[in-house]
Write a protein that binds this ligand. Structure first.
Ligand SMILES: C[S@@+](CC[C@H](N)C(=O)[O-])C[C@H]1O[C@@H](n2cnc3c(N)ncnc32)[C@H](O)[C@@H]1O
Ligand code: SF4
Length: 411
């Protein structure tokens, strides 16, 4: 979710979509994303749309920015979504992201899933994921959400090394994410992801290897690993600007990516997107595959982005404005846009190229195919796959994925 939303045209107050967007609904995967905009404290590197209780100045539970008002607003938005999509398909996937969904507690998480069931409905076998932070995830919470129908937990681990967690301002201690991951599997959640950040200033190669060893010991069947991004306006960016800590270096980030890929591959994980590895096909995140494959999704909650049939829109960011709009019977959408054919082409290339299935060469324009010939010759695209009609990144290509995609997207 970008911190600066694109501009766009005003979105109608009743949330209606252009009729063309509703064509083909149900023939593409349909996901529901729920944004939980609350955190106990803000990590110095994070610029997601999330707020602490003191940011919101909360004094009572009926404050329009409170979690209780958010849940009420969310129920209204999901009902509005089901009305707007009409005979919408039930959700194939549900993903609660944040923020810190585990701060809602078991009761809140179960209430959110009940609200999705009561509005869009859930397809049998739906994948239902919640993100969680180790320090707010108890065995009782895990048992209750598994019982309610959650199938997957995505835990923010970032590192298993004390001094790295300290630079990142994380509240949990080494070992915490690993024990929550094992407890989640014991509680009956079928799949567990651990999020890692590599390239944090002061992290060494050995620190990263220790974190990866912990991941492998945890039983998690999925890993998302991102190089640390220094986002403008964050506490981390200010500390770097003051010279307190160094900027992560591109060469170091590339070496660390290779360590992650080597260790996980050796342990039987396979990459299926540049930053995502899974132990088996069943462990891949179907919700994210929907984003990358041009599926439809309704993003509910403050600042959430949605995409249905070539229209995308995004909600107001502040929880108080969000719940107030819905309490007044208005859509919380701030603005929307129709995706142009050029934008759709660029997005398809950028997203599909990042996956291990790659991109059909037939989707490229002649200039993009010429660029692909060069990339295959330069070792950035797998030559056999290219000859067979697919653009699939080599490992060196994965390190330069965006640049390769921009070249392939040329028309
Ligand atoms: C925004 S968090 C939400 C989930 C949960 N609160 C947590 O912290 O894990 C989702 C993931 O985004 C990644 N992330 C957030 N900001 C990042 C940054 N500046 N650089 C790299 N990864 C980042 C982290 O790995 C994090 O686990
Ligand atoms: S807990 Fe997660 S969402 Fe909250 S500030 Fe930290 S990284 Fe961001």
């Amino acid at each position: 979710m970008p911190s600066v939303p694109p501009s766009g045209e005003p979105a109608p107050a009743d949330g209606a979509l252009p009729p063309a967007s509703l064509t083909g609904l149900g023939t593409r995967p349909f996901g529901v994303y729920v944004h939980v905009p609350f955190c106990a404290t803000r990590c110095g590197y994070c610029d997601f749309n999330t707020y602490t209780a003191s940011d919101l100045g909360l004094t009572s539970s009926d404050d329009p920015a409170s979690p209780a008002s958010w849940l009420e607003g969310l129920r209204r938005e999901l009902d509005l979504g089901a009305r707007v999509l009409g005979a919408a398909p039930p959700a194939d996937t549900v993903f609660l992201g944040g923020g810190t969904p585990s701060l809602l507690g078991a009761e809140g998480l179960v209430a959110v899933l009940d609200a999705v069931r009561a509005s869009f409905g859930l397809r049998p076998g739906a994948e239902v994921t919640t993100e969680a932070n180790p320090e707010s995830t108890t065995p009782g919470l895990l048992a209750a959400i598994a019982d309610a129908g959650y199938t997957r937990l995505s835990l923010g681990m970032q590192s298993d090394v004390d001094h790295v967690l300290a630079v990142l301002d994380r509240r949990h201690t080494p070992g915490a994410a690993v024990s929550v991951a094992s407890a989640a599997l014991d509680a009956g959640l079928r799949h567990v992801n651990l999020d890692l950040i590599y390239g944090t200033p002061t992290e060494t190669d050995d620190d990263l290897r220790r974190s990866l060893d912990a991941v492998l010991a945890s039983g998690a069947d999925h890993v998302s690993a991102y190089g640390l991004i220094v986002e403008e306006g964050t506490a981390l960016a200010r500390r770097i600007a003051r010279g307190e800590i160094p900027m992560p270096e591109d060469d170091v980030l590339a070496d660390r990516y290779e360590i992650v890929d080597d260790v996980l591959t050796e342990a039987g994980f396979g990459w299926y997107e540049v930053s995502n590895w899974a132990r088996s096909d069943a462990a891949r995140c179907r919700h994210n595959l929907g984003y990358w494959g041009g599926g439809d999704w309704w993003g509910a909650g403050p600042g959430a982005h949605s995409h249905v049939g070539g229209t995308r829109w995004w909600n107001v960011r502040h929880p108080a404005r969000y719940s107030a709009a819905l309490a007044e019977g208005r859509s919380p959408a701030e603005a929307r846009e129709r995706v142009t054919p050029d934008e759709a082409h660029l997005e398809q290339v950028l997203l599909e190229l990042r996956t291990s299935d790659g991109l059909a060469v037939s989707a490229l324009a002649p200039a993009g195919r010429d660029a692909g010939d060069d990339a295959a010759r330069d070792g950035l695209l797998a030559p056999d796959a290219w000859a067979g009609g697919r653009a699939v990144l080599t490992r060196r290509g994965r390190l330069l994925a965006d640049g390769v995609a921009l070249a392939l997207a040329e028309r």
